[in-house]
Design a protein around this ligand. Structure first.
Ligand code: DON
Length: 549
């Protein structure tokens, strides 16, 4: 109580004086998390405090992706130093390389996607705990409490979320997949208050006991008992052994910017740097390209072929596989790879090999605080509503992240990504990710904070938001809402794209031999700092909310 009073006094009097000149901004995937993050910053909390509070809020109000049963990556820039919290899920002890194969060594459909076998050991609570220990300034309890309130007292169910829940339940029924999701979410009605009492009790244990409130004691017992009853493989030892990991973010220069981005087990940081750097080389040889012209899209698709050939071969959990990070973004290597880009026609997919000589639903938020710090955080349970399994008695949804491993060499996962040895399943290993929370600095100051959901399309959303802001000088609203496109080597010559490309561009791409797949992807949450003025935007297609204040 006394502490709380001290914080209120600090918030009301000291912090506004300290920070009178500085703006803050949040770009959040829903209004609940935006309001909570804003309020934490207004109480004098820093960007990491706001991020932790937002993460727990999203576990309540954005159940398709927000979570305590999943994982993610938090990129922090604080007091002029970069840090990266890897809270990616891990394979349980009893996992093995062939666990999703039948006796003929064929992949069993849906086993890594839905139901009790689909989940990795959750990392979120450990990640938030570590972030708080390293960078937090407000008390842990203050940060978890808003989520407890929203779960206990309920929140008004957004119509779009109610519709999403309804469609998901019908789709699973139609596929004949049996899940307990409907008994927890089936009664949700748009516009009415939706309460989650079991989740509230779990969040209260996390609020009161921190890390131990999830990985030990009652919550861990509930999870392990539920797993045992349902025939799953995550046990109490797996939970007690889970620790989020601090890693060094990838830092690399590009034009006049310093890009801070995600290291392995994300493939995204290497991917966006390869994309930006190769684009820089290729475009330097050509007249300026119109934004989203067929030539622009073709060149970025050509680069994408090379990015994904490398991803499949070299990328995996760095604790298990020696990922050649430096070589993959090395200047000479990038020059060699960009030299292979054919600016006029499509390279033959089968001939695009990894280049070194030696052998949909996630969510993102971006925060800049009034002290000049930033957080770029992407978090996921993989597909919308994860494995569709709710831990009975604890009220939270488990992820289906195991599908991000390569179940069998050369067989694509749900995002069409292939992989081999580097990303094969091993106990305690983290599955490869495409999540790419990213921050750009200019002259040591934050220029941009960006990120998106979307599986393998994440990298395209992220690097295109950067090109939009830097090369095409767009404001945040334009940078997140301009039509985007994505190519990932396989399926062969397919470009996925948003509504809004010019019909002429579509026909030019078809004439070149591309197959076009018109499906939206991503939900960018982006903050741009133009000469000291913050500008924030949430992509229009989602439920996001941004504030500059
Ligand atoms: O970590 C990854 O790459 C995926 N599990 C992310 C999933 C995702 O973004 C789904 N969102 N639409």
């Amino acid at each position: 109580m006394t502490l709380r009073i001290v914080y209120v006094v600090l918030a009301l009097f000291v912090c506004p004086i300290l920070s009178a000149k500085e703006q803050a901004a949040v770009a959040m995937p829903d209004k609940f998390s935006a309001d909570v993050a804003k309020s934490i910053l207004q109480q004098g909390g820093n960007a990491v405090d706001a991020a932790i509070a937002a993460q727990f809020t999203l576990a309540v109000t954005l159940p398709e992706a927000g979570n305590i049963g999943g994982g993610g990556f938090m990129l922090v820039y604080k007091d002029n130093k970069a840090d990266f919290i890897d809270y990616r899920e891990k394979a349980p002890t009893a996992a093995d390389r062939d666990m999703y194969l039948d006796k003929h060594k064929n992949v069993i459909p849906n086993k890594s996607l839905y139901g009790i076998f689909a989940s990795g050991v959750p990392g979120t609570v450990s990640g938030m705990w570590l972030a708080h220990q390293k960078h937090g300034s407000l008390p842990w309890k203050t940060l978890v409490q808003p989520a407890v309130d929203l779960a206990k007292q309920g929140f008004v169910m957004p119509e779009r979320l109610a519709g999403y829940i309804d469609r998901y339940i019908k789709r699973m029924d139609k596929k004949g997949i049996k899940l307990n999701f409907a008994s927890y979410f089936g009664h949700a009605v748009g516009g009415e208050v939706f309460k989650q009492p079991e989740l509230a009790a779990t969040l209260e244990r996390i609020r009161d006991q921190g890390y131990d409130g999830f990985y030990k004691g009652q919550t861990a017992e509930i999870i392990a008992a539920f797993m045992q009853k349902a025939g799953g493989i995550i046990n109490q030892q797996d939970l007690a052994a889970y620790q989020a990991q601090q890693r060094t973010p990838i830092q690399s220069d590009w034009r006049e910017y310093q890009v801070l981005t995600s290291p392995p087990p994300s493939s995204g940081g290497i991917a966006i740097l390869q994309w930006l750097k190769m684009y820089q080389n290729v475009s330097a040889e050509l007249p300026a390209m119109a934004h989203n012209s067929s030539q622009y899209i073709h060149i970025l698709a050509e680069i994408g072929k090379r990015v994904f050939a490398d991803r499949a071969q070299y990328l995996g959990d760095p604790d298990f596989y020696d990922v050649p990070v430096k070589q993959l973004i090395d200047k000479d290597y990038i020059a060699k790879r960009s030299g292979q880009v054919d600016t006029d026609k499509i390279s033959v997919s089968e001939q695009v090999k990894p280049g070194l000589h030696e052998s949909e639903e996630t969510t993102h938020f971006s925060i800049v605080d009034q002290y000049g710090n930033a957080v770029s955080n992407t978090t996921t349970i993989n597909l919308g509503f994860g494995s569709g399994v709710v831990v009975e008695g604890a009220g939270f949804i488990l992820n289906n992240e195991m599908d991000d491993f390569s179940a069998k060499p050369g067989v694509a996962n749900v995002f069409g990504a292939i992989g081999g040895k580097a990303n094969e399943i091993q106990p305690h290993k983290r599955m490869l990710s495409s999540m790419t929370p990213t921050i750009l600095l200019k002259g040591g100051k934050i220029f941009m904070v960006t990120g998106s959901p979307g599986g393998t399309t994440i990298m395209s959303s992220v690097y295109q938001s950067i090109l939009n802001a830097v090369v095409y000088n767009m404001n945040a609203e334009q940078a997140v809402n301009s039509p985007r496109f994505h190519h990932q080597l396989w399926p062969k010559d397919v470009i996925r794209y948003h509504d809004g490309l010019k019909p002429q561009v579509e026909s030019e791409l078809k004439d070149m031999g591309y197959k076009l797949d018109n499906r939206h992807f991503g939900d960018l949450q982006t903050i741009i700092n133009r000469d000291g003025k913050l500008d924030a935007a949430s992509e229009r297609s989602g439920r996001g909310q941004s504030y500059v204040f």
